[in-house]
Write a protein that binds this ligand. Structure first.
Ligand code: NI
Length: 138
């Protein structure tokens, strides 16, 4: 990031360019270049997770039943046993029954996936989604 910028000239079919421009507008990008740069970084993040190399970050979003017996205790125990990986937890009381939590987890892809699977599989967890991200140096 912040390296020397070089100009790239690519050839694509007209339909592909039309599709690209629609995406650029829809996603609110200021230019094709900015959109394509982000797409390339997205591939780099995916690769970091796939190669199981280096440190990555996951954001686990869960919605669970607040009244499920011992569920919050189990969730806390999992997080405490992996405290080096847990960066931050946000808790929102959605209504009388439902809680939403986002848990930001740092570590190797395998460590993060293992924590996410443990939490997602608990009885009373109604929704769980892991967003896989990473810092990329490009
Ligand atoms: Ni709550």
């Amino acid at each position: 990031m912040g390296g020397k910028m070089v100009r790239l000239c690519i050839t694509v079919p007209e339909e592909l360019l039309k599709f690209l421009d629609e995406k650029v507008v829809k996603k609110g990008y200021p230019s094709r270049s900015e959109f394509i740069r982000d797409l390339i970084r997205e591939v780099a993040v995916e690769e970091k997770w796939k190669n199981q190399k280096g440190e990555v970050v996951g954001v686990l979003t869960v919605i669970y039943d607040h009244h499920q017996r011992e569920l919050t205790q189990k969730m806390i125990e999992i997080q405490h046993s992996k405290y080096v990986n847990i960066l931050c937890t946000n808790h929102v009381h959605l209504d009388h029954h439902n809680c939403l939590e986002t848990i930001i987890i740092k570590g190797s892809p395998a460590e993060i996936e293992s924590i996410a699977v443990k939490i997602a599989g608990l009885k009373g967890v109604k929704f769980a989604k892991l967003t896989r991200t990473a810092k990329v140096e490009i």
